[in-house]
Ligand binder design. Sequence first.
Ligand SMILES: N=C(N)NCCC[C@H](NC(=O)[C@@H]1CCC/C1=C\[C@H](COP(=O)(O)O)NC(=O)[C@@H](N)Cc1ccccc1)C(N)=O
Length: 173
Amino acid sequence: GLPPNWEVRHSNSKNLPYYFNSVDKVSRWEPPQGTDTDKLKHYMAANHSAGSRPGAVPGVPEGKIRAAHLLVKHRDSRRPSSWRESEIIRSKDEAMDIIKGHEQMIKSGGISLGDLAPTESDCSSARKRGDLGYFGRGDMQKEFEDAAFALKPGEMSAVVETASGLHLIERLE
Ligand SMILES: N=C(N)NCCC[C@H](NC(=O)[C@@H]1CCC/C1=C\[C@H](COP(=O)(O)O)NC(=O)[C@@H](N)Cc1ccccc1)C(N)=O
């Protein structure tokens, strides 16, 4: 147990236990002298089982992946405009020829998607080498989500078509 007047509380913001002395009105992260560490062990086991979730990857939010993409828009894109061109008039066939060219260059090992995106991608993520950060199911358009979640980290998709345009997707995490 804890010394007199001490109690364990739970910090929701940090998801960690802390110690509170109800007489001195003092709170601290470290257990006070004379704490029975067995009780602490039981507390940690009871409240931090999520931390030891099987397959848990420290730092990666549960159920999310991280990917980069290269987007080539065309005149039928839902928003035929981008940081590259205020009005995108290329046809879908022309966009397909362009993105297939990028795909070949990446597959031949000449250049990476992250190297191409900054100049070639019609998505604002171009400024981040195509990196979209972490996302979960429900965030992206379905075709994009299904393709991205089917990849292993480090793999690149085939050309994926969404209402935004044509994408190459590389899963990062
Ligand atoms: N991280 C999230 N949850 N951000 C919301 C994504 C919304 C989602 N977007 C898509 O599915 C496609 C695939 C990837 C990018 C994308 C589309 C467009 C470009 O197409 P357009 O909308 O002109 O048709 N780029 C974006 O959204 C960018 N904010 C992505 C981004 C940019 C910089 C940093 C992070 C993310 C959707 N449900 O529409």
